[in-house]
Structures are given as C-alpha cells and as structure tokens.
Design a protein around this ligand. Structure first.
Ligand code: ADP
Length: 267
C-alpha cells in the first residue's frame, strides 16, 4: 500500500528455485529521515547565534587588553571550528537529501590548477607538492561538489603529513575508459584496522592529532557522499609511517574527451 517501503532480496536456493526475501523497512526509513531532518534543523538553528558570536569577537581589539589576547585568540579559533562543523553538517544533510546532481562539463584542467593552489596555501612550503594532469580528460558531474570532494582529500593530505613530506595529485585514465583522480601523501598513514570505518561521520584514527589538525571529522563522509552521487568509488591504500593514497574512480560514462582531444580524432 502507499507509503510502505520494502527491501527486496533475491537469493539462489537451488538449481531451479530462488528465494525472494521482502523486508518492511518503512519504520527504519522514517527514523532515518527524522534523524536527517533533526541534524539539518539543529545545524541551521546554530548558524545565527554563531554568526553573532563571531561578529562580537571580531569587534574586540586584543591591543586594548593585552592579557586577554591569548583567550580571545582561542575563542576565535573555537568559534571558527564550530562554524566549520555546522557548515559541514549542513553540507552532509544537503547531500543526503539528493538522489542526483547536475551533470555539467567539469574542466579538470582548471580543477587541477585550483587544487595545486589550495595545497600550496595550506602547506605553506612545508611539503613538496606535485600535480600531474597528464590525461586529456574532463569529467561530467557537479563542478562545485567534485571540487569540494577533491579539496577535502588535499586538505587531509596536508594535515596528516609532517613537514618535509610530499604530496602528489594526479589525474589519469583508467583501463576501462574511466578516470582516476588520486591524492597521495607520504604522511602518518592509517592502520589497516581503521580503514573500513574511516569514511563514517566523526570517525577518527587519533583524536588528539585530528583535533589539533583543525578538521571536523566529517570530511571523508562528505567525500564519499559526493562520489556516490557520481557513481564513483573511493579507494584508500595506506601504510603506517609510509603514507596514504586516496583514489576516486569514475566510470567511462563520467568521462569525456577534451575539445583538443576530439579534434585529433580521424574524421
Ligand atoms: P578530519 O576532519 O578529522 O580530518 P576526515 O573525515 O577528513 O576528518 O578524516 C577522518 C580521519 O581519517 C582523520 O581524523 C584521520 O585520522 C584520518 N585521515 C584522513 N585522511 C588521512 C591521510 N591523508 N593520512 C592519514 N590519516 C588520514
């Protein structure tokens, strides 16, 4: 009947028989929807008071009361963190509420330039950064969301790689005609036991290091959601003390040749 959601599964039983298992997931889905709405509402409600606090903090001049300067600095830092957290929660809610995104031409040439600039700004010359835009391809999807996903990976690479390390961002064609964007770092790495849960909300390997790093613990969940909306897959390879590689795998339907590439095709 209307409004009832079923989860269906077909299981092979014998050579000739299949089992159809139907499960009523109406309640589960309704609860999940309530959770999403709740998080979205709370985040939204937090926005205004945070803006006010931010505004007043900005008006205070540490020069007038020098002994307050470190306190003021810490309050600014924490309210900045809270604002980022609220923004990330709203981003997640927005992504969860969507089934699909716009399909536009995503210029990967300028994407790679932007990612390089962002990596350099975050790294402040503490890392060797290389960008390889060898593949003459563009993607099809949402420029804004893909940029958000890739720059999350780049920010993590910088955060979790000590000074003197290296970070490389590369775009390549894959064997099946798809494309792979990978972000590799020579940083701390992630113990294998943590990998299966690393994209969960607020999941962190080392709380103290991650807190200090300034992240919100939501970055990789956002990345995963954005990739899912592009039918793309996130692969993570990592070795403790050696570094990590985060690769985003896009299918052939998400790739198209750039103009100059097309021009080279025989007529
Ligand atoms: P955070 O805001 O804490 O960085 P993320 O969701 O982006 O949240 O990442 C979750 C956790 O995964 C991080 O806290 C960190 O422990 C680990 N992590 C993410 N990227 C890397 C990386 N490039 N190298 C090592 N650890 C990483």
């Amino acid at each position: 009947s209307a409004g009832v959601r079923l989860s269906l599964r077909l299981i092979p039983y014998s050579d000739e028989l299949w089992l159809l298992v139907a499960r009523d997931v109406t309640k589960v889905m309704r609860l999940e929807q309530m959770r999403r709405d709740f998080v979205a509402n709370v985040s939204h409600e937090l926005r205004t008071p945070l803006t006010v606090v931010h505004g007043y903090l900005d008006m205070l001049d540490p020069e007038e009361q020098p002994e307050w300067a470190p306190i003021l600095e810490e309050m600014r830092r924490q309210s900045q963190r809270m604002t980022q957290l609220v923004e990330d929660l709203l981003t997640l809610s927005r992504l969860e509420a969507q089934d699909s995104l716009v399909d536009e031409d995503v210029s990967m040439g300028s994407m790679m330039v932007t990612l390089r600039r962002e990596a350099e700004a975050l790294s402040q010359r503490r890392h060797a950064i290389t960008v390889d835009d060898g593949a003459d391809i563009d993607l099809i999807g949402s420029t804004r969301e893909l940029h958000s996903a890739f720059s999350n990976l780049v920010a993590n690479a910088v955060r979790y790689t000590p000074a003197g390390g290296s970070i490389s961002i590369a775009l390549a064609r894959s064997a099946d005609g798809g494309a792979v964007l990978s972000v590799r770092d020579s940083g701390y790495g992630i113990p294998a036991a943590h990998l299966p849960r690393i994209t969960e909300r607020f999941y962190r390997v080392s709380t103290s290091r991650s807190r200090e790093s300034g992240g919100t613990g939501l970055g990789l969940s956002i990345v995963k959601h954005i990739l899912q909306l592009h039918q793309a897959r996130l692969e993570i390879e990592s070795e403790v003390g050696q570094g990590s590689t985060f690769s985003c795998h896009f299918g052939p339907e998400r790739v198209h040749a750039r103009e100059r590439d097309v021009a080279r095709l025989p007529v």
